[in-house]
Ligand binder design. Sequence first.
Ligand code: ATP
Ligand code: CA
Ligand code: CA
Length: 412
Amino acid sequence: KVLVGTKVDENHANWTTAYNMLTGIRVSVSRTNAKLDRPLTDADFEAKQKSTFDIAGNELVPSAKYDFKFKDYAPWVFRHLRALFRLDPADYLMSLTGKYILSELGSPGKSGSFFYFSRDYKYIIKTIHHGEHKFLRRILKDYYNHVADNPNTLLSQFYGLHRVKMPYGKKIHFVVMNNLFPPHRDIHQTFDLKGSTVGRDYREEDLENNPRATLKDLNWLRRKRHLELGLTKKQLFMEQLQRDVRLMQKLKIMDYSLLIGVHDLKKGNEENLRDKTLQVFNPGGREGPSDEADPNQILMRTPSKLESARKARELRQMIRAERPVPMGQTSNRMPEELEEGEEVYYLGVIDCLTHYGMIKKIEHFWKGLTSDRTQISALPPEEYGERFIKFMEGVTMSSEEAERDALDRENA
Ligand code: ATP
Ligand code: CA
Ligand code: CA
């Protein structure tokens, strides 16, 4: 059965929650943005700002349709993060709250998180567990410094951390982050790779019914797939990935994956996809809308100041597959110039808020009794990171390299 993202309108069960989330974002983010910019202080990382919304409103909070409480965490830090990620403050609010339309992903994954896409598919709202919320606040300074030092980081870009609470309802924590995939291109194949092989398989038989399911490590290996990045981009990519993984090892994070979206230029975009919400997108074997965002892969710096902002952004976002190119030929060509049969990749590291201490120690123990210890996904963060990097070395090997590698090993 194919589930697709559903529009959250007034008839949707989660309409009130979505409405409150967006209202809270609109009011609190514009409140912070309205102030004169200033450098961050240590206190900004701990800050939280509470607003109480009701039908009447008051001098601080405009009236809203429903009663609810909203908390904005570290608003100044996220304002600065959005600037580091080069978001335009007005665009950000417009995408999320210009019209109150979100689309919700079919069904929540194992973790129980809900995913909502902004109307233009640039942003994702992900509800997170209290543990993840507390953890993000704890590591916020390290994350901030990492982003400041690594403008091309592949890690999820967090733009806001908030909480809504409805009368008699439970507290819902959520983050706003980038959608790695673009709104204007179909993603023909998606892989969620961890470098683990235990249980990391999407049933190939089910692909027929669900052609755009998110595939996993074993599906990747079975297809003998490779990201043909070319030497320069591969180096940039691997160096950045290593820096990102070092941070996660230091913060004892694990269970993250490299999300890869492949756009096949030969297939192009399907026609008549007027309603993007009907496009299959599918995290974790479930289906949703296709989406977009400011993918983080800022692997390439803006090549020329003369490029239009949009083109520059596209370039930064995209890692294009390369057919063997004559030496010296640039690979950063614009999409219009790409030959048929080529692929465009969108990549990033997602789900990076799982602290090893949370539950993983227990899982590790039990799974370790029955499986090869180095292959299960719940390894301690050091080993998880090493295995992740090693796997991604293989993922970014060109097919020729991979063949040579296999031959060498045979001959050894
Ligand atoms: P679990 O903990 O069971 O893995 P989760 O609820 O934490 O699930 P994620 O792993 O964060 O969910 O994401 C699930 C799927 O959602 C991914 O495999 C991917 O398909 C999609 N997804 C998540 N984040 C993004 C993103 N930033 N851009 C595009 N797609 C995303
Ligand atoms: Ca995950
Ligand atoms: Ca998770």
